[in-house]
Every structure is written in structure tokens, then in C-alpha cells.
Ligand binder design. Structure first.
Ligand SMILES: [Zn+2]
Length: 266
């Protein structure tokens, strides 16, 4: 047990600082109490770094970029209004409609997941990810400029002059230098922009049918069915009316000069 503890201290690189193996094995209770908070802090730091490393390398890299430390206030705890709040959450958790994510559903290679809006309007082939959307995308560019300018004015002087023009993305990890109220306002402005982007993509998809939309398909089928039914009813009615108004069937008349040798029996 004592040995396990010693090797654990070594593993978290604390053993030398504690005076080595022999020292640790001969600790008195007050000595152990002295080292406990230091040990706890080291464990917390390692766990935090581990978690950040996992998040950074995976799907949640944007989340870690936007909320760089665990002490940062969570924008998700703010009241942003239902639509804005939901779209910001979707952005932070990478469950948005950007190509980097939707490409995953159709098993597209990551480097092939181009921003369709920029490809269409500018002929550019850029990865459609959060960084692109929040920096240079044509989607909802006006709202991005507006949000950017308003957030920039919250920072003193030219403290953000290193930030690339209109890049909300590069601005995000400076937000925790603002006061709580200012952060609240800034996240609202970011959320507003993410909503504008999502709406823009939705309208693109609506007009292009790039992703099959099950609800749209259902509505179309229901609509088609009701139209077919109405048409059938209309034609049946017309057919009945025609039948009613139709004169009696004309008698068969065969002219006398017919060449056919037909014998008609009365
Ligand atoms: Zn774009």
C-alpha cells in the first residue's frame, strides 16, 4: 500500500519534491497533512490537462477554443433567448449544420468538407468549420461584422489590435478578460451570429435539397395524396355528369352500299 503510494507520487512527478521514497515512508501525520493539498492540486491539474488534451484533439476542439479554462463563465448558463441560446450551444458542441459536421454524416473525408456557400459564391475551397464560419465566411457576413464591432468596443483601447479583421473566432478566447456583464453581452452577440449562420444554411438546404429532409418529404407526400384525392373526386363527378347528360347510344347504321356482306336479323 505504502509502496503503491510512493510509485504514484513518482508518476505524478512529486516524489523528489517530497524528499524521496525514504522520506515519504517515514512521514509523521502533520507532514502527511502538509503535503495533502499540494498532492490534490497536482492531481486536479493533471486531470484538467488530460481532459483538455482529449477535447482539443477531437470533435470538441472548438469548445476548448471558445472556453479555454474551466474557470471561464459558461455562456450556456446565460439567458440568450431560446433560438440564439440553442444555436450557440449547437456551435459549442459541434452539432451544427456546418459542412465539417454534416460531411461526417455522409462519410466525406474531412479535407473535402468545403464551405458550400463560399464555394458557390467565391469559388473558394475552404474547410467549412467553426473557425471559417466565425472569421471569413460569406454566410451572414453582415451580422458577423456587426457583432465583431460591438464586441470590439467592449475592450479598452486597442487591446485587440492583434486580431484579424472581423474574426469573431480569434476574439473568443479573449472574452474572459471582460467583466461578467460585458461577457454576457459579448456571448449574446456571438450567439446572434451563430443563429444567423444556421438560418442561412437552413435556407440554402431548403432550396437545394442537399440533405434529405424527412419532414419535407412527409409534407410533400401528404400534399400529393390530398391533391390526387381531390383530382379523383373531381373527375368522378365530371364523369357521372357526362354519363347523365349523354344522349342514348346511336343505333348502328349500315349503309346499303356497304360492300360487306352483312346480314342483319331483326
Ligand atoms: Zn464560407
Amino acid at each position: 500500500m505504502a509502496f503503491d503510494m510512493v510509485s504514484f507520487f513518482k508518476r505524478i512527478d512529486l516524489l523528489d519534491q517530497m524528499g524521496g521514497r525514504d522520506n515519504v515512508l517515514n512521514w509523521t501525520a502533520p507532514q502527511a497533512r502538509h503535503w495533502f493539498p499540494i498532492f490534490r492540486e497536482r492531481c486536479n491539474n493533471i486531470a484538467e490537462q488530460d481532459m483538455l488534451r482529449t477535447l482539443r484533439s477531437g470533435k470538441y476542439s472548438f469548445l476548448v477554443h471558445a472556453i479555454p479554462t474551466f474557470e471561464s463563465p459558461r455562456p450556456t448558463a446565460l439567458s440568450l433567448g431560446m433560438l440564439c441560446g440553442r444555436s450557440l450551444n449547437n456551435f459549442l458542441l459541434s452539432s451544427h449544420l456546418l459542412e465539417v459536421e454534416t460531411g461526417r454524416y455522409i462519410r466525406q473525408q474531412r479535407e473535402q468538407r468545403f464551405c458550400q456557400a463560399c464555394k458557390r459564391s467565391l469559388g473558394l475551397r475552404v474547410l467549412g468549420d467553426e473557425q471559417h464560419a466565425l472569421s471569413s465566411c460569406v454566410r451572414a457576413a453582415e451580422q458577423r461584422q456587426l457583432s465583431f464591432a460591438k464586441i470590439l468596443s467592449l475592450f479598452p483601447g486597442d487591446s485587440l489590435r492583434h486580431i484579424q479583421h472581423n474574426s469573431l473566432f480569434n476574439m473568443l478566447n479573449s472574452l474572459n478578460n471582460l467583466s461578467t456583464n460585458q461577457q454576457n453581452l459579448a456571448w449574446k452577440l456571438v450567439a446572434k451570429y451563430t443563429l444567423a449562420v444556421q438560418q442561412s444554411i437552413r435556407s440554402e438546404l431548403g432550396t437545394q435539397d442537399r440533405i434529405p429532409n424527412i419532414w419535407k418529404e412527409c409534407m410533400k407526400n401528404i400534399f400529393l395524396k390530398s391533391v390526387t384525392k381531390a383530382a379523383e373526386k373531381y373527375f368522378r363527378k365530371r364523369l357521372r355528369r357526362q354519363q347523365r347528360n349523354m344522349p342514348a347510344l346511336p343505333a348502328i347504321v349500315i349503309s346499303d352500299d356497304s360492300d360487306d356482306d352483312v346480314e342483319i336479323l331483326n
